[in-house]
Design a protein around this ligand. Structure first.
Ligand code: SF4
Length: 307
C-alpha cells in the first residue's frame, strides 16, 4: 500500500521510526513535510498528488468527515500528576471545579478527577462538544466542553501543556481559570488574559473604522475552508460601500499579507485562532467576522451622525 504519513510539529521527530515500521510491513511510505496545525489540516492534496492509498494522520482525532481513506492515530501522553497536590492551595476557595484538557491527556482526566474528589472537590467534566470527541476535551477552536459547564462550576481547571488551548476556553467562559502545566511545572490563573484580549479586540475594531479596502482570508485547508462566509463578508462590505477582495491560501504567510499594502484591514474566515493569536504579526488590523460586523455597525452609526 502507498501511504502518506502526516505529523503535527511536535511529533515530526518521530516520523522516521513510524515510516520504517510501515516499510518493514511492505508498504511504500512517504512523509508530509508541510506544517500541520490540526486535524483541520489534512494533507489530502499531497496524498492525492502522490496517488497514496491512505493518509495516516498522527496526533489528532477525526475533525470532520472527508472523502478519502484517512487513518487517525491519536497520541496519548502520560503527564505527571504531582502538581495536583500543589494546585489544591490555589483552588481552596472553589468547591466545584470543571476539568478540561487536550486529546493527548484526555485518558488521564478520570485520575485527575478522582484526585480532586478525594480532596473534597466536586468535579464536572463537560460532555464532548462540536469537533471534540471525548469528554473534557477542548480544541483551539472548540471549547464547548468548558463553556457548557461554566454555569455549574466555581472555577475551571485545565490540565495540559501550553496556553493555546486554555486561552480559547478562557475566552468562552466567565469563571476563574487555573492552568496546570505538568511538564513545565507551572500552575497559574490566566484570568487576566480576558481583559487583555477584550482590549485588543476593541483596538482592532477602532483601528478599522477608517478602513475602506478589506482583504478577506479564505483558507483551502479542508477543515478551515469557508468560502460561503468569505463571500458573505465580501457582500456585506460592498453593500456598505466598501471594497473587498477574497485572498486565498492554504497556510497564510504573514509576510505576504503584509506585502498587500493596498488593503486597510483583513478579515479572517479560516482557523478562528488566527484573528486572536496572530494579530501582532500583521501591520493592519486582522478582524474576526464578528468584529467586522461591529466595524460595519459603528461605521454606519458614524456616517448617520455626520449627516
Ligand atoms: S484551532 Fe485552528 S488549527 Fe486547531 S483544529 Fe481548530 S481550526 Fe484547526
Amino acid at each position: 500500500m502507498r501511504i502518506l504519513l502526516q505529523f503535527p510539529e511536535g511529533l515530526k521527530q518521530r516520523a522516521l521510526a513510524h515510516a520504517e515500521a510501515l516499510e518493514r510491513e511492505g508498504n511504500e511510505v512517504f512523509i508530509s513535510a508541510s506544517p500541520t496545525f490540526g486535524a483541520c489540516d489534512l494533507a489530502l492534496d499531497e496524498a492525492k498528488n502522490i496517488k497514496a492509498d491512505k493518509l495516516v494522520h498522527f496526533g489528532h482525532g477525526e475533525f470532520h468527515h472527508v472523502d478519502f481513506n484517512v487513518e487517525y492515530v491519536e497520541y496519548q501522553i502520560d503527564a505527571p500528576l504531582d502538581l495536583l497536590q500543589e494546585s489544591l492551595e490555589q483552588l481552596r476557595p472553589f468547591k466545584t471545579i470543571g476539568l478540561s484538557t487536550t486529546i493527548q491527556h484526555v485518558h488521564q482526566l478520570e485520575a485527575v478527577k478522582a484526585f480532586f474528589e478525594q480532596n473534597g472537590k466536586s468535579v464536572v467534566i463537560g460532555r464532548p462538544y462540536g469537533f471534540a470527541k471525548k469528554p473534557g476535551q477542548i480544541l483551539g477552536c472548540d471549547m464547548g466542553s468548558s463553556a457548557s459547564i461554566d454555569k455549574s462550576v466555581d472555577a475551571h481547571v485545565y490540565f495540559g501543556g501550553g496556553l493555546f488551548h486554555p486561552l480559547g476556553a478562557l475566552l468562552a467562559t466567565a469563571k476563574p481559570f487555573l492552568v496546570i502545566e505538568p511538564f513545565a511545572g507551572k500552575i497559574e490563573f490566566i484570568d487576566r488574559y480576558r481583559e487583555i484580549y477584550k482590549k485588543r479586540s476593541r483596538g482592532k475594531i477602532l483601528g478599522s473604522l477608517e478602513a475602506t479596502r478589506f482583504g478577506i482570508l479564505v483558507s483551502t485547508k479542508n477543515g478551515q475552508h469557508n468560502m460561503n462566509l468569505g463571500k458573505l463578508m465580501k457582500s456585506k462590505l460592498e453593500q456598505n460601500g466598501l471594497k473587498a477582495e477574497i485572498l486565498v491560501a492554504n497556510t497564510f504567510d504573514f509576510t505576504s499579507i503584509n506585502n498587500m499594502m493596498e488593503f486597510d484591514a483583513f478579515v479572517n474566515t479560516a482557523c478562528p485562532r488566527i484573528a486572536i493569536d496572530d494579530t501582532d504579526r500583521l501591520r493592519k488590523p486582522l478582524l474576526s467576522a464578528n468584529e467586522l460586523m461591529e466595524v460595519i455597525r459603528m461605521k454606519s452609526e458614524l456616517a448617520s451622525a455626520r449627516v
